[in-house]
Design a protein around this ligand. Structure first.
Ligand SMILES: *Cc1c(COP(=O)(O)O)cnc(C)c1O
Length: 462
């Protein structure tokens, strides 16, 4: 199995190489050259598998011959054993024909644990085999940082540096990053905003000469294909639970960078019967603008109650554009690089192709709060603000649709107290494994928001 770049100017790579690089050298994103197909008979055979068993069956198709099957099985079993719910991703019925898929039972209470717990273990496996050290460098405004630190803290071959804007993340989010134990994990508070953090990361990746001989940087944001791969599993899991994947199911996905919903798109391409894929956005709605008016353009970023969906551009949309433009990598490149100058559009035929797969809905902060309080009043179920956008979008887009709809619950409500308070409800307690979070000792380093300060710190501590 080979992976190719969406921009067509980098050689094809295998899974191990893709995992260890992240972005392709031509600036593109890696996608599978051919998406593995699952037959109806195979699907029927997966009906009663537990989460980890199903994950193994799906992930092996993407890892292919990079690893002996028994090693992969062990890694996958270990990964999903750290989740606190026996079902790993429990499915809760809500309204008629509507389900919530709880993806927040991992160590950091957001769906990002599904991918990052696996990524840390896969990285360490391949690096140990190569006897090679890497440094992970990433910028975060929220959930990715803690999930990545938790996922890699046991890695022998990985040193990790997560940059976040000093005094600009919530207390729970900060504590989740600064209390992770381990000599190899570092959270750095930069005296700047999230864009400053991200720019420093980009510059460090572009010129890695500050690293000691033999070291390289690895990216763990959702441009790393291994993260998408891990997320495909729960689409299958939910559909198998609902109807044995024998009839179409729709999914509503709180969306920022388009990583999670792209995994749903791949599940559909693999052969899972999927009806609609609903893109839920907050007021940062570039994807909704595209879906509703064929206009893909930049607008200023506005902070919202669902901060993990606050994006100007959805980087993984480029992966879908490759299919939309039928593999024409020059058009993909023009569309993505042209965005900084002009709004982008596609042909009517292409737009219709996108609309045949995806629906979209923009949910503002007030509607998010109304949804949280409404669902609580009716079902006694507390939604986090990201999940609330997904529920609302499902109700708008799938109202007259016979297929069951699964709303992805991407975070635990205790992580986002602001929105819960604004919805007029009491913040729930953190789950037992995090109940002492506010008392744990914090470990962080405050640095000026400059490339030199960050690379200097890395050199000193590697
Ligand atoms: C990251 C995140 C999202 C957005 O996921 P994408 O893959 O970036 O579209 C939604 N909700 C929560 C809670 C998140 O952490």
């Amino acid at each position: 199995m080979k992976y190719i770049s969406t921009r067509g100017k980098s050689p094809a790579r295998n899974f191990e190489e893709v995992l260890l690089t992240g972005l392709a050298p031509d600036g593109g994103l890696y996608i599978p050259e051919a998406v593995p197909q699952v037959s109806p008979a195979q699907l029927a055979g997966w009906k009663d598998l537990g989460y980890a068993e199903l994950a193994f069956e799906i992930i092996r198709l993407y890892v292919d011959d990079c690893m002996p099957a028994e090693d992969l099985r062990e890694i996958v079993n270990e990964t999903y054993a750290v989740f606190s719910h026996p079902d790993v991703a429990p499915l809760t019925p809500m309204a008629d024909n509507e389900y919530v898929l709880e993806l927040f039972h991992g160590p950091t209470l957001a769906f990002k644990d599904f991918a990052l717990q696996l990524l840390g273990r896969l990285l360490d496996y391949f690096l140990a085999r190569r006897r090679k050290h890497v440094a992970i460098l990433g910028a975060t405004s929220g959930d990715t940082g803690s999930a990545a630190l938790e996922g890699c803290r046991h890695c022998e071959w990985v040193d990790m540096y997560i940059l976040y804007p000093h005094n600009r993340v919530s207390e729970v989010q900060r504590r989740q990053m600064t209390t992770v134990p381990g000599d190899n994990v570092n959270s750095l508070a930069l005296e700047g905003n999230f864009d400053d953090c991200q720019n420093i990361v980009k510059k460090a990746f572009a010129d890695q000469s500050f690293l000691p001989e033999g070291y390289q940087l690895v990216a763990v944001n959702s441009i790393n294909f291994s993260r998408i791969m891990a997320q495909i599993v729960y689409y299958f899991y939910a559909a198998l639970k609902i109807n044995g994947a024998q009839a179409p199911v729709s999914f509503s996905v709180p969306t920022g960078n388009f990583g999670d919903i792209y995994a749903g798109y791949l599940a559909k391409k693999m052969g899972l019967p999927v009806d609609r894929l609903v893109i839920a956005t907050n007021k940062n709605d570039i994807l909704h603008r595209f879906m509703s008016s064929n206009q893909y353009n930049l607008e200023d970023l506005e902070p919202s109650l669902s901060p993990s969906m606050d994006i100007m551009v959805s980087s993984n949309f480029e992966r879908f554009l490759f299919d939309l433009f039928k593999g024409d990598t020059d058009r993909v490149t023009d569309f993505v690089t042209g965005l900084s100058r002009d709004p982008q559009t596609v042909s009517n035929e292409e737009w219709a192709f996108a609309k045949a797969i995806f629906d979209s809905c923009r949910v503002d902060d007030d509607t998010t709060c109304e949804t949280i309080s409404g669902v609580y009043a009716e079902y006694g179920y507390l939604l986090d603000p990201h999940t609330a956008t997904g529920i609302k979008a499902a109700r708008v887009c799938c109202a007259n649709n016979p297929a069951p709809v699964v709303c992805l619950a991407t975070a635990h409500p205790a992580k986002f107290a602001d929105a819960i308070t604004r919805a007029g409800l009491e913040t729930p307690a953190l789950p037992p494994h995090l109940s002492d979070l506010m008392k744990r000792e914090e470990r962080t380093t405050v640095l000026p928001a400059t490339l030199d300060a960050v690379t200097g710190f890395i050199q000193k501590t590697l």
